[in-house]
Design a protein around this ligand. Structure first.
Ligand code: GLA
Length: 374
């Protein structure tokens, strides 16, 4: 049984009733204003010992606080204090990613015999939806409480041709905090023309607390016997490879730092880990547990369950000490990691990968659950 926060009389951090701020939960406040005058709001919500701050800009999780083994709360996500920093220099901190999580080679794909050219923003490739992806959209946010759950519905419409993608895509993302301290994400999308969709979220985790240094001491378990190797531009070659006998084997759980300097060609391309793991469970109707992250020093754990067939584990390789986060510390390489549930990168160009095609009349649905413990 986890202990309650210092001074708390509650049975434990996972039994908090959803009531703070004088009973108002979620709470909305002005966060900033974009250059074109659009107001950006921040929503704060809490439940089950977890506190979440979400921006209408990018659906960004600015902070997520969870207790450690002694009940001490810490924000475990990288983020910025000001909206301008998110606009100008964010490497997708906490953001919703769309229309397509990760890379599409040369920003090109063919669907039903028609070829499409996407916005290119990562060398010759298209990354995370292009130059103006969902991480840069202002979302319509609607709070809700349902039973013991507290959450936000985020809506946006991406018009036909936006960033080169065909079809008007109507997107609804629901962030739910449950009384058990879980953060659940449900994605839904519909289209009026055949298109491709792959939505995810790009939180940068450091379970020791944002700005406390490296995640190389975190232990990671991923239930995957294969991953998708890439070329030097981080585009999958198309042939899944076995993790057995390589630094990519996280099936038994190991410290992230243990093999990060093994010098495997794939690690040289990525400057560490930045790959899609092929989850052994495949696509499932219900979320299944696929990964566990644990910080030995604080005792905090994060368990990820998803319906998705893939998980991008990115070890924060491109953080280079030039960005200063919410706690006033600069972020350096390996100061956080991302675990992005997804279909595989560049699937529109690999017929053997699970399909990311969405057609009119169908509804794209995806769910990922983050469960915290200590
Ligand atoms: C994803 C990519 C990485 C990197 C980050 C953002 O995880 O796979 O290569 O672009 O996003 O910096």
């Amino acid at each position: 049984m986890p202990k309650g926060p210092a001074g708390s009389t509650a049975a434990g951090p996972f039994d908090f009733p959803p009531q703070r701020h004088g009973g108002r939960n979620p709470v909305k406040e002005l966060f900033g204003t974009l250059a074109d005058g659009t107001k950006v709001h921040r929503w704060s919500l809490e439940n089950g010992g977890t506190r979440l701050k979400v921006l209408s800009y990018g659906g960004i999780v600015q902070s997520l606080e969870v207790p450690d083994r002694d009940g001490r709360q810490a924000n475990v996500c990288l983020g910025f204090d000001r909206v301008e920093e998110y606009v100008d220099s964010s490497p997708y901190f906490g953001a919703l990613i769309g229309r397509y999580g990760n890379r599409i080679a040369e920003g090109r794909f063919t669907l039903d015999g028609k070829s499409h050219q996407l916005s290119v923003n990562d060398g010759v490739n298209s990354l995370h939806g292009g130059t103006q992806g969902f991480d840069k959209r202002v979302w319509d946010v609607e709070p809700f409480t349902k039973g013991s759950d507290v959450g936000l519905h985020l809506h946006c419409t991406s018009v036909d041709g936006e960033m080169g993608y065909p079809g008007t895509l109507k997107v609804k993302v629901t962030y739910t905090l449950t009384r058990h301290g879980e953060w659940r994400i449900d994605y839904e999308a519909t289209t009026d023309k055949a298109t491709v969709v792959n939505l995810t979220n790009h939180v940068y985790w450091n379970l020791g607390g944002e700005g406390t240094g490296t995640i190389e001491d975190h232990e990671l378990h991923i239930a995957a016997s294969h991953y998708t190797p890439t070329d030097s531009g981080l585009i999958p070659t198309g042939e899944p490879a076995k993790v057995a006998g390589t630094p990519f084997d996280f099936r038994k759980g190991k410290q992230i730092g243990r093999d990060i300097r093994a010098g495997h060609e794939q690690q040289v391309f990525a400057k560490g880990y930045d790959h899609n793991w092929v989850l052994d469970k495949g696509i499932t109707a219900e979320p299944e547990h696929v990964a566990t992250l644990r910080d030995p020093s604080s005792g905090r754990t994060l368990k990820i369950s998803t319906v998705e067939p893939g998980l991008q584990f990115y070890s924060g390789n491109f953080l280079d000490g030039t960005l200063t986060g919410t706690g006033g510390h600069t972020y350096r390489q390996g100061d956080a990691l991302c675990l992005e549930t997804q279909h595989f990168p560049d699937a529109p160009n690999h017929p053997s990968f699970p399909s990311t095609v969405l057609r009119p009349g169908q509804t794209y649905r995806s769910t990922t659950i983050h469960s915290f413990g200590a």
